[in-house]
Design a protein around this ligand. Structure first.
Ligand code: BG6
Ligand code: MG
Length: 215
């Protein structure tokens, strides 16, 4: 029934949230404030510059110029990529590689639909680049989730209709983006958070091709 599965990267294939948190926290600390891991939840699925705006708001930092904000985001990203560069395939989330491979074996196309500009390096470190027929990421989209652009571009790259796609997402904004694209959404995480998703599981190890057919 479905011809393609489109996967968010951060929080679905790999858990990079802790690295984002460490790097943003270091930036905040250098500016003299802190924020919690709970607040960090709000940054999931949010683009780099939008994340920075939220964090500056938490620290009540006002009046930074665009150039200063660019510099802050670049500084954070250097710390982040230092950590990302140490990643190994061990960090692939349980069941992720197996499920994507099962899709391919069943003739279902696969794509990544991520907000991250670091997608190519993360996939390379995890040795997963070849597992996806298309990769749409923060380098090729201009409108952030919940705008459906990233997933619509994924469907286009795979040559399928949006209604033939199922999206796997851990972020509320990402689930919304999938629905806005006219696709089914499988939430990865807590049903309390991802209330709009068609079904929610704790991870791809808890999802199967049988469940895909039932959506
Ligand atoms: C998303 C993450 O996948 O990518 C966000 O959930 C992150 O936390 C965003 O801010 C952008 O990532 P990057 O790698 O381009 O800074
Ligand atoms: Mg995510």
């Amino acid at each position: 029934k479905y011809k393609a599965c489109i996967f968010d990267l951060d929080g679905v294939i790999v858990d990079t949230a802790v690295y984002h948190y460490k790097a943003w926290k270091r930036l905040a600390n250098e500016m003299g404030f802190d924020f919690t891991e709970h607040q960090n939840e709000q940054l999931k699925g949010v683009s780099r510059m939008a994340s920075l705006e939220l964090i500056l708001g938490w620290g009540q930092v006002t009046g930074a110029t665009e150039a200063e904000k660019e510099e802050m985001a670049t500084r954070k990203n250097l710390w982040y990529t230092d950590m990302i560069n140490q990643m190994t395939p061990d960090e692939i989330l349980s069941g992720a590689e197996e499920f994507v491979q099962a899709c391919r074996d069943a003739g279902i196309k696969t794509a990544i639909g991520s907000a991250s500009k670091n997608t190519p390096i993360i996939l390379a470190k995890l040795q997963l680049t070849q597992l996806f027929d298309a990769i749409v990421d923060g380098n090729s989209v201009s409108k952030a989730k919940p705008n459906p652009e990233v997933f619509l571009k994924g469907a286009e790259a795979l040559g399928v209709e949006p209604a033939e796609c199922v999206v796997f997402e851990d972020a509320v904004a990402g689930v919304e983006a999938a629905l806005n694209a006219g696709m089914k959404a499988v939430g990865i995480g807590s049903p309390k958070m991802l209330t709009e998703a068609d079904v929610v599981v704790s991870g791809l190890d808890k999802f199967s091709l049988e469940m895909l057919e039932e959506l």
